[in-house]
Write a protein that binds this ligand. Structure first.
Ligand code: WTA
Length: 653
């Protein structure tokens, strides 16, 4: 880690926007950074949305509880759809391509009709204002339609990433007490069909709150019969059948600004994911504002954010932000290397994508696959690139700049979190000279600071990243767990939001993100709690104890290494065929949580090094897993080894 920080400190390259980009940018005057009256500033953004009733108070702040645009009434789907009908009715809102190559386009008018119909379907299934609806879907247009339909009737969606296991889905449905689950027969991934309905059944059967399961038929070609799903009478219904009957006339429910728009589960420092709660007015305002200024959205842009709707990026920057801004959003269902490793570049060429927003882990994979692949495509439609999800290493940044941006396109490295709802630290592409690896400056109106343990600001240097004043799209809580909300984010320094990230600031005031400082690992841009993986491991009958750490990984950034103590009754078996045993444990974690949590390495040990107070010495474990403490990790089977390493580390620290 310290080597990486040193390397970042030596990063002095700087890339100012071109005069042309600056001239045309939505934010092109440095004065946007002078926000004297924060509330008036955010109110001026909110005024650009449609409100059925205007707010009477911009902000009520009883730390850590915020209410924005109090007294206002609006509807998120009306802001994403209805308000564009007069001026953009025939403009494509959504251009979608499935992994097999099937393409569907929806104009704003068409998307509005589909959403209105599905909103009526949800109503007919008994969904009402304030109810929760779970969505477990591949990245197909119906997923976007389902989200907006929930918003239209004031129901909160809880989207669960389609790569999560049945158990993970079940836990999230149970926690939110969702009434309806929307899923699909399957989704395409690397040419295979992921059997979502089957996985959804395993979850829904254990969820008494679920009254109906709505199933979208995902079939790329008419001759490809998908007869593998079973439909439970009275509970399960086909999406296409319900839609056939539904009226396209659905008045939006005008909800309070603070009405919950959605909950989205994310990993934290305990074994149980938390349901982050976002509400309507403030969230939409900031998702919209950041789209306008960070992505510099213009009327003729074709914008592609590669995130899945299962993550917050898919909420704010596939659905709510860009549609509120009236953009043309491109969505692709499948894998970047299917059928070949140039799929993304061919999609950019084919659909003339102008703004491309992806994750560093993807960029590192592209680097590995070679620049010849993008080089063979016409990427001249691109004008702006973005990065999100984890720190981008300067090498990947330079590659992105050179081979994708062709040294013309600004790169916006955007830092934010599920909890923040919108981008918080980012360059404004027409104003800020970027430096490879730095997320640069706080978005105007955002008070981001580096604090030390005692809460003192560090002007130049490293510490914890904190947000010191409330912002419109901030989380309003953790679903049904106010104590955890308060202790997790607000206990370190009262009234100040603790991000869980370490960062430093350089002499120019630029932020450099250094990764998590808590027990959360960022694997390929996805948050996984070490405790979640540990509980999944000890759930296996052969495992007595487990400790999980993040280790460096060429593509994923961080990967999971798990140390396990095997129960004595199973120790012989683990020794006899270690490869088989390791695979069994890895499969177990995948089945419990999902493939994203699958450990890269399993290390069987007889002891776990703990401090005198019983805390696992994770730094030592990382050093062992990355081969620094021990040349040959297999010697961990010798009980004296861990003990002597522990003594050595305790002496050092
Ligand atoms: C990390 C994703 C460095 C960070 C939007 C944060 C980043 C966590 C960046 C949130 C970035 C996100 N540079 N680190 N540009 N963007 N992170 O909730 O550790 O899935 O706390 O939200 O990702 O992950 P989440």
């Amino acid at each position: 880690m310290s080597n990486e920080i040193d390397a970042l400190l030596q990063e002095h390259r700087s890339f100012p926007p071109s005069d042309e980009f600056r001239r045309n940018a939505n934010a092109n005057d440095e004065s946007v950074y002078d926000v004297a009256d924060r509330e008036a500033y955010w109110a001026s953004w909110a005024e650009q949305l449609d409100w059925q009733t205007k707010w009477h108070t911009v902000l009520e702040w009883n730390a850590p509880y915020a209410k924005w645009f109090v007294g206002g009434k609006l509807n998120a789907s009306a802001n994403c759809l209805d308000r564009h009908l007069a001026t953009r009715g025939d403009k494509p809102a959504l251009i979608w391509e499935g992994e097999p190559g099937d393409v569907r386009t929806f104009t704003y008018r068409e998307l509005h009709a589909q959403v209105s119909k599905f909103a009526n379907v949800l109503k007919s299934l008994g969904v009402r204002l304030g109810d929760r609806v779970a969505i477990y879907m591949p990245l197909v247009p119906e997923a976007v339609i389902a989200m907006l339909a929930c918003a239209r009737i004031g129901a909160a969606h809880s989207v669960v990433f389609g790569g999560f296991s049945s158990e993970a889905l079940r836990d999230r449905i149970q926690d939110a007490e969702a009434k309806v689950l929307i899923t699909a027969t399957a989704g395409y991934r690397r040419g295979n069909l992921v059997p979502l309905k089957k996985l959804a059944d395993a979850a829904a059967d254990d969820c008494p709150s679920i009254e109906h399961v709505v199933v979208v038929m995902r079939r790329a070609a008419a001759d490809e019969l998908d007869d593998t799903v079973s439909m439970k009478p009275d509970r399960d219904c086909w999406y296409h059948e319900l839609m056939r009957e539904a009226s396209a006339d659905c008045e939006p429910e005008w909800v309070d600004s603070e009405q919950m728009l959605y909950t989205l589960y994310t990993s934290g420092t305990t074994g149980k994911p938390k349901g982050i709660v976002h509400t309507t007015g403030g969230y939409l305002t900031e998702a919209y504002a950041t789209c306008k200024w960070v992505f510099d959205l213009k009327e003729d842009d074709v914008y592609w954010c590669t995130a899945d709707i299962g993550w917050v990026t898919g909420h704010s920057y596939v659905v709510y932000g860009p549609l509120a801004a009236g953009a043309t959003v491109f969505v692709y269902e499948g894998a970047p290397d299917w059928p070949k490793q140039d799929r993304f570049w061919s999609l950019i060429e084919k659909h003339k994508i102008s703004i491309f927003y992806t994750a560093p882990t993807a960029i590192r994979a592209f680097m590995k696959w070679g620049h010849e692949l993008p080089e063979a495509h016409d990427l001249s439609s691109l004008r702006l690139l973005g990065s999100v999800g984890e720190p981008i290493n300067p090498e990947a940044w330079m590659w992105y700049h050179k081979w994708i941006g062709r040294e013309r396109c600004p790169i916006v490295d955007t830092w934010w979190q599920t909890e923040t709802g919108s981008i918080m630290i980012t360059p404004l592409p027409g104003l800020v000279a970027t430096k490879p690896g730095s997320a640069t400056r706080a978005f105007p109106g955002i008070d981001a600071k580096i604090l030390d343990e005692g809460g003192n600001e560090v002007k130049v240097g490293g510490g914890y990243l904190a947000i010191t004043t409330p912002w419109p799209s901030m989380l309003r809580g953790i679903w049904r767990d106010p104590e955890r909300f308060e202790s997790q984010y607000w206990a370190k320094w009262p009234g100040i939001y603790f991000t869980g990230d370490g960062a430093k600031r350089d002499e120019d005031g630029y932020f450099w993100l250094l990764g998590r400082v808590d027990d959360v690992i960022n694997v390929a841009g996805h948050r996984i709690g070490t405790m979640e993986v540990e509980s999944a491991l000890v759930d296996h009958q052969a495992v007595a104890e487990a400790a999980v750490v993040g280790i460096n990984h060429e593509i994923k950034g961080t990967a999971i290494a798990a140390f396990v103590i095997v129960k004595s009754s199973r120790a012989e078996e683990a020794k006899r065929d270690p490869a088989k045993f390791e695979k069994e444990l890895k499969d177990h974690v995948s089945a419990k949580i999902g493939a994203i949590a699958r450990p890269e390495k399993i290390l069987v040990t007889v002891d776990l090094p703990k401090t005198r107070s019983g805390k696992i010495m994770r730094r030592l474990l990382r050093d062992i897993a990355e081969g620094r403490a021990l040349g040959d990790v297999t010697t961990l089977a010798d009980p004296t080894v861990v003990a002597s390493l522990k003594d050595k580390y305790e002496e050092e620290s």
